[in-house]
Ligand binder design. Structure first.
Ligand SMILES: Cc1cc2nc3c(=O)[nH]c(=O)nc-3n(C[C@H](O)[C@H](O)[C@H](O)COP(=O)(O)OP(=O)(O)OC[C@H]3O[C@@H](n4cnc5c(N)ncnc54)[C@H](O)[C@@H]3O)c2cc1C
Length: 511
């Protein structure tokens, strides 16, 4: 710790542009660049470890990948897209959209591709007027920033299942997020471990062309049909000609999403019942076999786990070449998968649709805040934040899609856009009032998270009788427990009293 360095508000009071680092060039990072520039913040550097923008939609290339939020809503407000080909976009089309937006708004000129951030620490340096974030890349390069925005995503670090013998399998084996496109599927015996949204999309897409499909299910899932439709050339022409018409479906899906799936998760029992009924009807209509239907029927409440929107899974699992295995997996060997009842399933290809680490956020990047505060220790595998964007002890460090944001069945683009606007208001406040640093107040952070903890039992994630990837090591779901609309509203105008607005900060950073 180094005391006595010039305290003050260097960028805010000197009139220079703040130097801002953005980590990640997925949807959130792209939106951050565009909105920050529009608000007048132009000294931006985006660090992206891959060689293209896109994040999730660049990384995941599995067959059947599609967005379960309607395209007209899963779009940036500043770049509505008349060219969407389907009501629910397929992965490659979203990737192409993100690349186009990045090109059209010249986002790429701010990005350093192939540059992973290894560490960030909040430091006082004798050469600097006030504490800075010191950013070190995997390549060992060091730079200093006034402000850091983490846009590293929530579902980014794939989780491999802890099954004995996993590495002994001699066929093709890969995580769904690292799809091996060289692996032959046609006519092959393919196993899929997992039955979440990704697995449902993969199984629905490839079962008709594989020889055998063996699905290893730990927990059955609730599924509503995905009402997919292709948009006509006439509609696209109309929307190109009258672009403002795109706001109608944007707000229609926005409000429908909040009133249906959004409401069902946080206590609207009637809506939840309607969704359960829709799922049961879907199951009854698409799975004729009574025994299979029973094994696919969840014993917990709908929406307790992330609700799946998929129309292709039930027909696929009901087809002659598909088998649903509900016995627990005992081990994997060179030739396939053994279950606890002594069965052995010989396979050529094994797909691990086992999800992501939802507690990672920016980790494993090492982040050190004031007084040497280590983010990984601060979170302890139960990440929390104030309003999902800020934390005490981490001044001028903002997160997009950070912990406890609303992430249920709604467009995360909308969430990120609100969070960026919130951060911009914080920067404006610093500029206006000459503050050197802003971080969440300890008492605000604690109060906010205590209130969340009290509200969580009212949500279906806790009362619905399931465990899910939403739960972290605290035993609680890492989610916003109130209506998502309330979150969006709360982000429109920051309550500055919840934040520590400081003019003198030098003594609190690490040396
Ligand atoms: C398979 C799948 C399906 C999904 N489907 C939907 C859906 O239907 N609807 C929906 O709303 N959401 C869906 N999501 C959630 C989706 O992740 C978000 O909608 C959105 O893409 C998140 O964007 P992001 O920019 O915040 O993060 P990401 O897209 O994850 O981008 C993060 C970026 O940060 C980069 N990065 C991370 N760490 C570092 C580092 N240390 N240094 C440099 N760069 C780094 C990554 O390379 C990546 O490019 C899905 C997610 C997955 C995985």
């Amino acid at each position: 710790m180094q005391e006595g360095i010039n305290a003050g508000a260097p960028w805010a009071s000197s009139g220079r542009q703040p130097k801002i680092a953005i980590v990640g060039a997925g949807m959130s990072g792209i939106a951050a660049v565009i909105k920050l520039r529009k608000a007048g913040y132009r000294n931006l550097t985006v660090y992206e470890k891959a060689d293209r923008v896109g994040g999730t939609w660049r990384e995941n290339t599995y067959p059947g990948l599609s967005c379960d939020i309607p395209s007209r809503w899963y779009s940036f407000r500043f770049a509505l897209n008349p060219e969407w080909t389907h009501r629910f976009s397929y992965g490659p089309e979203i990737q192409a959209y993100l690349e186009k937006v990045a090109r059209d708004f010249d986002v790429e000129s701010a990005i350093r591709f192939g540059t992973a951030v290894k560490s960030l620490d909040y430091v006082v340096l004798p050469s600097e007027e006030a504490p800075k974030w010191r950013l070190v890349t995997e390549g060992g390069e060091t730079s200093l920033y006034d402000v850091v925005i983490s846009a590293t995503g929530i579902l980014h670090q794939p989780v491999m299942p802890d099954i004995p013998g996993l590495t002994s399998f001699e066929g093709a084996i890969f995580h769904s997020a690292h799809w091996d496109h060289s692996a032959e599927l046609n006519g092959k015996r393919v196993g899929v471990i997992g039955t979440g949204s990704t697995a449902a999309q993969i199984i629905g897409d490839i079962t008709s062309r594989v020889g055998e499909m063996v699905v290893f299910q730990r927990t059955p899932q609730w599924m509503v049909p995905l009402p997919q439709t292709e948009y006509s050339p006439g509609l696209k022409r109309l929307l190109r000609f009258l672009p403002f018409l795109q706001w109608l479906p944007y707000f229609f899906y926005f409000f429908a999403g909040l009133r249906t799936f959004g409401a069902a998760t946080v206590g609207d029992k009637k809506m939840q019942e309607r969704i359960s009924q829709a799922c049961l009807t879907n199951l009854a209509q698409n799975v004729p076999d009574r025994d299979l239907r029973a094994r696919l029927t969840p014993d917990y409440q709908a929406a307790c786990k992330r609700l799946i929107l998929c129309s292709s899974f039930y027909p696929a699992i009901s087809s002659e070449n598909a088998e649903l295995v509900t016995e627990k997996i005992q081990e994997i060997d060179a030739k396939g998968v053994c279950t606890e009842d002594g069965q052995h399933y010989e396979l050529d290809v094994l797909v691990l649709a086992t999800g992501f680490d939802p507690s990672a956020f920016i980790l494993p990047t090492k982040v050190t805040g004031e007084k040497g505060l280590d983010l990984e220790e601060f979170w302890h595998r139960a990440p929390r934040a104030h309003r999902a964007v800020a934390m005490p002890g981490f001044p001028n460090f903002w997160m997009l899609e950070g912990p406890t944001g609303p992430v249920g069945n709604l467009s995360l683009i909308t969430i990120s856009e609100h969070q960026i606007d919130f951060v911009i208001q914080m920067l404006d406040k610093m500029k206006r009032d000459g503050h050197a640093a802003i971080s969440a107040r300890e008492e605000s952070y604690v109060g906010y998270n205590d209130a969340m903890r009290e509200a969580l039992p009212n949500t279906v994630w806790m009362s619905g009788g399931c465990t899910s990837w939403y739960m972290d090591d605290s035993g609680l779901p890492n989610l916003y427990p109130w209506a998502p609309g309330r979150y969006l509203k709360s982000m429109r105008r920051p309550k500055f009293e919840e934040f520590h607005l400081r003019d003198e900060v030098a003594a609190t950073a690490s040396a």
